[in-house]
Design a protein around this ligand. Structure first.
Ligand SMILES: C[S@@+](CC[C@H](N)C(=O)[O-])C[C@H]1O[C@@H](n2cnc3c(N)ncnc32)[C@H](O)[C@@H]1O
Length: 269
């Protein structure tokens, strides 16, 4: 990445606590029922809930997809997990899901938000097999290196990369497909990528409102088509049921929601 691209990246990264602007981690924390959020985050989330009252349910479906994908990867024998865009910890966390299956599993929680990093350190420092790393997904080479040096990831061994609710914060001109390809190249055969992503099948009024409320902030997200989202699996073997609403990953007859989040899992051969 050249210097001007780096400057743009730096412009859209949280630098500390700013209670005047909505923040992705804190809005999501509020939707999940957490207490680590401010009035501005609550206002944005409450406006979402006014248009789509089922958005708390959607947030929990996405969170359940994360935990289930992690648990399934642990059951398949993967022992190292990288949770990118991990957010403010809220139990159950990924390490609880995977260490139930394999007590030796290691989890590296990565986020670019220093406030999330501080919360993670405060809540989980001393928890065995968990490391917290401050890194920006858009500076992918640096993230891969820090996952190794700070998080202890051995890239020669299979890894599960979890990117739940984060790729939609990467704008088109920040080249999300190139970011995923860069991670794929670093992953050993037998690795797994699991992610969720906000889609254009979301209620139109909700998308327009979210756009207006978050434009220019780090909470702004890009709703993509199923085709665009499926393209992130290029070079991976797509796992069934494919690129579908997270409800379909979780099983029986869960209700559709107005915010439509697609889930996808790919395996690297
Ligand atoms: C909606 S929260 C998802 C939390 C968690 N993955 C979950 O499913 O419960 C999105 C998180 O992604 C983080 N994030 C957004 N853009 C990022 C980037 N470029 N690099 C690293 N983290 C990022 C935000 O700080 C936020 O904590």
């Amino acid at each position: 990445m050249n210097d001007s691209a780096r400057a743009v990246v730096a412009d859209r990264a949280p630098t500390g606590v700013d209670p005047s602007k909505p923040n992705a981690a804190r809005v999501y924390n509020y939707l999940l029922g957490g207490k680590d959020n401010y009035e501005i985050d609550q206002r944005v989330a409450d406006r979402m809930l006014a248009v789509a009252p089922d958005t708390k349910t959607t947030a929990w479906f996405s969170r359940k997809f994360l935990l289930q994908a992690a648990e399934d990867a642990a059951a398949a024998g993967i022992q190292q997990f990288i949770d990118i865009g991990a957010g403010i910890p809220i139990s159950p966390n990924v390490h609880e899901a995977v260490q139930k299956v394999d007590p030796a599993a290691r989890v590296v929680m990565i986020d670019y938000d220093p406030v999330v990093h501080a919360h993670t350190n405060a809540l989980l420092s001393g928890t065995s097999g968990v490391a917290s790393v401050l890194a920006d997904l858009r500076r992918t080479d640096e993230l891969i290196e820090r996952a190794r040096t700070v998080g202890g990831i051995n890239w020669a061994q299979p890894v599960a990369i979890l990117m739940v609710g984060v790729l939609h914060f990467i704008m088109d001109d920040e080249h999300p497909a190139e970011i995923v390809a860069c991670l794929r190249n670093a992953m050993a055969p037998g690795s797994v990528l699991a992610f969720t992503h906000g889609s254009v099948y979301t209620d139109g009024e909700l998308m327009a409102q979210m756009d207006g409320d978050t434009s220019g902030t780090t909470a702004q997200c890009v709703f993509r088509t199923g085709e665009d989202i499926a393209a992130f699996l290029d070079g991976f073997e797509e796992v069934d049921p494919g690129v579908v609403p997270v409800q379909e990953w979780l099983g029986d007859d869960l209700p559709r929601t107005r915010l439509v989040i697609l889930g996808a899992i790919g395996r690297k051969r």
